[in-house]
Each structure stands twice: as structure tokens, then as C-alpha cells.
Design a protein around this ligand. Structure first.
Ligand SMILES: [Cu+2]
Length: 133
């Protein structure tokens, strides 16, 4: 009995999704979370479509510094990446908006699982958005 309790508590420890300062597990109804690579860059994002497997997802994203000032990016690059399997997806389409935000279209999450959306300004990684599908 004691052994069984020990096993159970060990199992629940292994399965626990405790809060992590780096990677926070998504709560139900909110499949995305932000992982800041550079503390000074904040991502503000909103899904207009999806995120979904197998159909186009569309995201609006903007970036601010720690003071809330909108960052002007010279060369925003957005890449979908599936870290567990080491592959990406088709290139997305980025449209800069007049208010400093970006409309990111043609995001195709081609299979279920954990995806990362990498936002870079040129070679500099700004922030990664984790999407669990
Ligand atoms: Cu995959």
C-alpha cells in the first residue's frame, strides 16, 4: 500500500505541468503562449483565424519595448517550427500595417503537436510563440 502511494505520487510529479517561468502550459481555450527570448521585446498577438491544423491561420502581431513603445522592425521574419520533429512549414506572408502591427497570413500548421512561431528581426530572435495543436 505504501509502495503504491509512493508510485502514485511519483507519477503525479512526473505528469504535473507546474508553472514554469520560461514555458507556461496553455490553459484550455488558449492554445498559445509567449516565450520571450529577449526580455526587452514584448509580443502582442491576436489570432484572426485559427490556430488550426491543416487550414490557414492568421495572426496580428505587434512588438513593444519594456516601456510600451512600439518597435519598428527593419526586417521581420516569421517562421513556423516543430521542435519535436525538427521541421518547419511553408513560408508565411507578412503584411506591415499602418499602425505598426503586422498581419501574418498563410500560417499552415501541417500537423498536430507543439509548434513554435519564431519572430526575428533579421538574424535577431525577438520572441517565440508556442502553439499547442
Ligand atoms: Cu511534425
Amino acid at each position: 500500500m505504501k509502495m503504491r502511494l509512493l508510485m502514485l505520487s511519483l507519477l503525479s510529479t512526473l505528469l504535473a505541468c507546474g508553472p514554469s517561468p520560461i514555458l507556461q502550459h496553455a490553459t484550455a481555450g488558449e492554445p498559445t503562449q509567449r516565450v520571450a527570448e529577449k526580455a526587452e521585446t514584448r509580443l502582442h498577438s491576436r489570432w484572426l483565424q485559427g490556430p488550426a491544423v491543416g487550414s490557414e491561420s492568421v495572426l496580428v502581431a505587434s512588438f513593444t519595448d519594456q516601456n510600451g513603445q512600439v518597435l519598428t522592425l527593419s526586417n521581420l521574419q516569421v517562421e513556423l517550427w516543430m521542435p519535436d520533429m525538427g521541421h518547419g512549414s511553408a513560408p508565411v506572408k507578412i503584411e506591415a500595417q499602418a499602425d505598426g502591427s503586422y498581419l501574418i497570413k498563410q500560417m499552415y500548421f501541417i500537423m498536430g503537436g507543439t509548434w513554435e512561431v519564431h519572430f526575428r528581426d533579421g538574424d535577431r530572435v525577438l520572441v517565440t510563440l508556442v502553439v499547442n495543436l
